[in-house]
Design a protein around this ligand. Structure first.
Ligand code: RM4
Ligand code: MN
Length: 388
């Protein structure tokens, strides 16, 4: 196995983007529980996100969701981010919370609604021009609840056309990141249900169209690292939305439900060059903290990703390749398991400290008094929530 000290150079350039919506109130269709001190606007969300970066050095950017995070002046929000030590990242479209989108958005049979959804995506690109964001992330709620409800194939054609119009608007450095999801909110058929469909559309669009893999968007027992491998192999793995799931799209803390799966994913990312210097694969969290504290929840999340990345970097690739070549099944498997079972937490804590970061970011957050301060300050106004 490699030594921890051999991984730190790679670990030092790790960046994990935080979702602005993780800091707002969220819940299930049963209940949204409110928490004290929750941000009331995007400025306060960015301030909270900046705490995570300040204490971990891992999260230098914040993704925005439009229209949840609409502000009068995105230049000012960008400045506020910079002043807080972070930057604005991916812009996410939202075509799932407007009455017009009940039967879909980019796939809608009604040209008026489809044009409105396309317009929304183009407005998001306008925002990207101001914020300097590279990525436009599109996740669609489009799909059918009942067989025969609409024509599956026509919807693909309308989708391809709509994505083409959006892609044409992007500047050279910008990317269209298309996210797939097996089901929900539609239950019978989803218009972008899997990586293959997302890939087919990206391929038709051009090189700056890439796939987003949300770890919560697959059927149970799907071999996600296989998808990682394939998309890297094809040069179309654009981004991760990290979270974890026990049942469906649970949006729980990444690495909480199945740390071994996160290790296997990171191992495949490293193996496929997705973690190489200059790689364009981005790592983002897409989570909600319904019952736990939000800032500590995000801290735990980025540390989980860092831990599994460290373990993946410990894998002795030469020994693995040799065992694979020799057909030594058990030896090959042992190479991976040795790395997976290595507890890197103490090494990471010491390394963090050596870089001027707190050994225990969660304890440092608690000691900082930030949570109490914002709870006292943020009175009045309307707390941000999933959907507001
Ligand atoms: C979707 C998908 C998107 C996220 C929204 C909030 O299920 O995961 O990435 O932006 O939820
Ligand atoms: Mn997602």
């Amino acid at each position: 196995m490699r030594a921890f000290s051999q991984t730190t150079e790679d670990l030092a350039r790790q960046e994990i983007e935080l979702p602005s919506w993780a800091f707002g109130n969220s819940g299930t269709r049963f209940k949204v529980f409110t928490q004290r001190g929750v941000p009331r606007d995007p400025f306060e969300k960015v301030a909270d996100a900046a705490q995570v970066h300040r204490l971990t050095g891992l999260a230098p950017s914040v993704a925005l969701h439009i229209p949840w995070d609409v502000v009068d002046d995105f230049g000012k929000l960008g400045e506020h981010a910079r002043d807080s030590g972070v930057r604005l990242g991916t812009i996410n479209t939202n075509t799932f919370q407007d009455d017009d989108y009940m039967l879909g958005s980019l796939c809608h049979v009604d040209e008026r609604v489809r044009a409105k959804a396309i317009r929304h995506a183009l407005d998001c690109v306008d925002i990207m021009d101001v914020t300097g964001s590279r990525d436009l992330k599109i996740w669609l709620p489009d799909g059918l609840n009942y067989p025969g409800q609409a024509d599956l194939r026509d919807r693909q054609d309308r989708l391809a056309d709509a994505l083409g119009q959006i892609y044409a608007r992007l500047a050279g450095h910008q990317r269209l990141v298309l996210e797939y999801k097996l089901f929900e909110p539609a239950f019978y058929a989803t218009d972008v249900p899997d990586w293959g469909t997302a890939y087919v559309h990206c391929l038709a669009l051009g090189e700056r169209a890439v796939v987003c893999l949300d770890t919560g968007h697959h059927a149970p027992h799907t071999n996600i690292e296989f998808i990682v491998m394939q998309l890297l192999r094809l040069g179309r793995l654009g981004a991760f939305d990290f979270n974890s799931r026990f049942y469906a799209d649970d949006d729980l803390i990444v690495g909480a439900a199945d740390p071994f799966q996160l290790f296997r994913i990171m191992t495949e990312v490293v193996r496929g060059g997705g973690y190489d210097e200059g790689s364009e694969v981005t790592f983002m969290l897409d989570q909600c903290h319904n019952i736990e504290a939000k800032i500590p929840g995000q801290i735990r999340s980025v540390l989980n990703v860092q831990e599994m990345t460290a373990r993946a970097l410990l894998v002795d690739r030469a020994a693995l390749a040799e065992a694979e070549r020799a057909g030594d099944v058990l030896a090959a498997n042992a190479v991976l398991m040795d790395a997976f079972y290595t507890d890197v937490r103490a090494d990471l804590a010491a390394w963090r400290e050596s870089r001027g970061l707190p050994a225990d970011p969660t304890a440092a957050f608690r000691a900082s008094g930030y949570a109490e301060r914002v709870a006292a300050e943020r009175v009045g106004g309307t707390q941000a929530g999933w959907g507001a």
